[in-house]
Design a protein around this ligand. Structure first.
Ligand code: NAP
Length: 287
């Protein structure tokens, strides 16, 4: 049995669907099964990571688990329950912000993800970490602006990322969970860190142009000074998290993002392009 945590949001949902497609037995954790809307064949179980008493039934009989954790979520109760239940393998969707080998991580996003990684390592599971820096779904934040016109106003429009399609994340996760794909050394995935990248390095401005082509409407980009945006957003989002996010974007200005063949090796096909992502998400932008 494969358990997916975070099964109702972007990455977990797609992973559940991928596992179902491959015929693997899947259990999905959610706080609200009645709203989960997961496909037929999935065992949907009610549980809450903040309520340890709900977790033994969730992890019972599980061989391997894929963890997608909402930023800041304490995984302690879950890891304890999984150890007790004899879960063998854990795949964690971590962040590309983590700096390999750093004694002290550079920001709160990197620190949170590295702390979870370390807790998984120390609990004695066979682990695999998928590190993702920039998912293409981040472009969904443009959708609201596009309701009101054809201009995207954002800071760091010249920051370059190799945006990863969530289906590639899901297929990579499913391959690692079920022992498919090619490990770095061809001898399995235990103890491996995989940096997931997309097909190409694109600035945010280039992404917007491609998105416009997919939507059939030319889009313009206006670069905003970061500080006022940061100040405004900090009124309704965690200020330290935002500062870390803006720092990652600032660091990505003026240099191409790394592109590797990890998705190809894990899934057997090249990473999907941003144009593919845009075509798949036309409906999210009202097209
Ligand atoms: N966006 C990025 O730039 C980026 C980059 C790298 C890595 N990531 C990773 O991806 C994660 C976000 O993934 P996402 O967008 O798919 O999910 P998300 O929207 O951050 O989290 C929502 C999911 O968490 C579950 N959840 C929340 N609280 C819970 C609780 N107390 N108990 C059990 N489940 C709970 C929800 O399940 P229910 O509501 O159904 O209970 C839902 O499935 C980040 O935290 C990070 O680790 C993101």
């Amino acid at each position: 049995m494969y358990l997916v945590v975070g099964a109702t949001a972007h990455f977990g949902r797609q992973t559940v669907e991928e596992l179902v497609r491959s015929g693997a037995p899947v259990r999905a954790l959610t706080r609200a099964p009645e709203r989960a809307g997961l496909p037929e064949g999935v065992e949907v179980v009610q549980g809450d990571l903040t309520k340890p008493e709900t977790l033994p039934a969730v992890v019972d009989g599980v061989e391997a688990a894929f963890l997608v954790l909402q930023y800041g979520m304490d995984a302690g109760h879950l890891l304890t329950a999984m150890r007790r239940a004899g879960v063998r393998r854990v795949v964690f969707l971590s962040s590309g912000a983590v700096v390999a080998g750093a004694e002290r991580q550079p920001d709160v996003i990197a620190r949170y993800h590295r702390d979870v990684e370390r807790a998984i390592e120390e609990a004695g599971f066979e682990w695999t970490f998928l590190r993702l820096l920039f998912p293409a779904i981040n472009s969904l934040t443009f959708a609201m602006q596009l309701q009101g016109g054809d201009v995207i106003r954002a800071p760091y429009t010249e920051a370059a990322f190799s945006a990863v399609h969530e289906r590639d994340v899901a297929e990579a996760a499913a391959a690692v969970l079920t022992g498919g794909g090619d490990g770095d050394g061809g001898d399995g995935h235990a103890g491996r860190v995989y940096d997931l990248t997309g097909a190409e390095s694109l600035t945010q401005a280039e992404q917007v142009r491609i998105l416009g082509e997919a939507l059939g409407r030319p889009l313009a980009v206006e670069d905003l000074a970061p500080e006022p945006v940061l100040e405004q957003m900090s009124q309704f989002m965690d200020a330290e998290f935002l500062a870390a996010l803006f720092g990652l974007m600032a660091a990505a200005v003026g240099k191409p993002a790394p592109v590797n063949d990890t998705v190809q090796r894990l899934t057997g096909h090249p990473a999907r392009t941003y144009a593919q992502w845009a075509a798949d998400h036309r409906a999210d932008f009202g097209a």
